[in-house]
Ligand binder design. Structure first.
Ligand code: NAD
Length: 365
């Protein structure tokens, strides 16, 4: 690793799906990016000793522990990464920030806006990251560049759908994701939070919204699906749909933006592609370009493989971490951080209130 200098001692809390994705990122970032830190994977924390030990051995962590409080209190730890269920984020993040650690946390940041604000306040003096990893899909980063360059002109419509289908599967019926006390919400915090983060990135602030929630399984305490109408500060209008009951869809995280000069469309199930319609093309060749976003001129791609050698889900965590470490080295603020994620949480609170009261909510202040 060229330019390597300071050691950063990392602790990770949680060793499930995200624990694997993050461990891979910690291992890989320095292979693909010239990061000025030597990451030391000091300790992974999970509740069951044997599982924690096995995980540590498999993913290259120096040691394992079962109590996050003692991990966060360790003097040799610089950075605490949280990939546990949602209800645990606040306590761990606040304790870590108060101990002076940098804090990386999975989404949704918190159980509600008040909790997110508390976390952001506690962490105001330490660098923070929220793993809204889809921002760093190369095709989405390209979409952001095109929007910022005015390629689509004045946006009229923002349309996001995040469609999964596992919500009715009886085998996962008891997962923490279905318990209100541990997840806070269902499709809303899990899926809509990603769509809202991308919408804020690509289309700017939302001023007003109304929504409806639906739970298909009787007695289930969290939403299975959420529908949302929104108005944006840039005078465009948006629709959002997030569901765990979209039969036939596995992880179809999509958005489209239609503007006065063009349009773009993205689907995570085909994540190396961005569809771009350029209204400036001659009439006889007008149509969507299906851009394979793997070229040297595209965001992030040159760090990995030659053009056309496609990237996957895991790369989004590597690029997020690499960008964070670059910001850290250059004393720049990283986004999305706790403040950014608190804005998403504010919208989620409004979605819930709006659905309950069947009203529009002003979220402009
Ligand atoms: N960025 C993304 O796209 C994405 C994808 C999936 C999940 N997530 C988020 O990541 C977080 C974790 O989700 P997951 O899918 O990895 O869950 P998971 O169920 O696969 O893993 C959770 C892990 O946390 C551990 N854990 C739970 N309570 C703990 C405690 N008190 N102390 C130590 N460890 C504890 C469990 O043992 C398990 O290892 C959630 O907030 C979720 O919303 C984000």
């Amino acid at each position: 690793m060229a330019g390597q200098s300071r050691k950063l001692n990392v602790a990770m809390i949680g060793a499930g799906f995200m624990g694997r994705a993050h461990s891979n990122a910690f291992q890989q970032a320095g292979h693909f990016f010239d990061i000025p830190y030597e990451l030391k994977l000091k300790v992974v924390c999970a509740r069951k000793r044997e599982a924690a030990e096995q995980f540590a051995a498999q993913w290259g962590w120096e040691g394992s522990q079962t109590d996050w409080r003692s991990v966060v209190a360790r003097e040799d730890i610089d950075l605490v990464d949280i990939c546990t269920p949602n209800h645990t984020h606040a306590a761990i993040a606040i304790a870590a920030a108060e101990a002076g650690k940098m804090v990386l946390c999975e989404k949704p940041l918190a159980m509600n806006y008040a909790e997110a604000q508390r976390m952001a306040r506690a962490a105001r003096n330490v660098p923070t990251v929220v793993w809204f990893n889809y921002r760093r899909v190369p095709a989405i980063a390209l979409a952001k560049q095109l929007v910022d360059r005015g390629k689509i002109g004045q946006p009229y419509h923002y349309r996001a759908t995040y469609l999964q289908s596992w919500g009715g599967d009886p085998k996962v019926a008891d997962a923490w994701r279905f318990r209100q006390s541990e997840a806070g919400s269902g499709a809303m915090g899990d899926l809509l939070s990603h769509s809202l983060d991308l919408a804020l990135l690509l289309n700017g602030p939302i001023t007003e919204l109304t929504s409806t929630l639906k739970t298909f399984i009787p007695k289930r305490a969290v939403d299975d699906a959420v529908l949302l109408l929104a108005r944006f500060a840039n005078d465009s209008v948006g629709t959002f749909e997030a569901t765990r009951f979209a039969t036939g869809c596995l992880n179809r995280n999509c958005f489209e933006i239609h503007g006065s000069n063009g349009a773009i469309r993205f689907n995570l199930e085909d994540l190396n592609r961005l569809e771009v319609f350029d209204g400036g093309d001659a009439m006889e060749i007008q149509g969507s370009h299906n851009v394979l976003v793997t070229g040297a001129e595209h965001p992030y791609a040159r760090h990995f493989w030659p053009p056309g050698h496609i990237l996957g889900y895991e790369h989004t965590f590597i690029t997020t971490l690499a960008d964070f470490l670059a910001c850290l080295a250059e004393d720049r603020e990283f986004h999305p951080n706790f403040d950014d994620a608190a804005e998403v949480q504010k919208l989620l609170d409004a979605v819930e209130t709006s659905a309950k009261n069947r009203t529009w909510i002003d979220v402009s202040k």
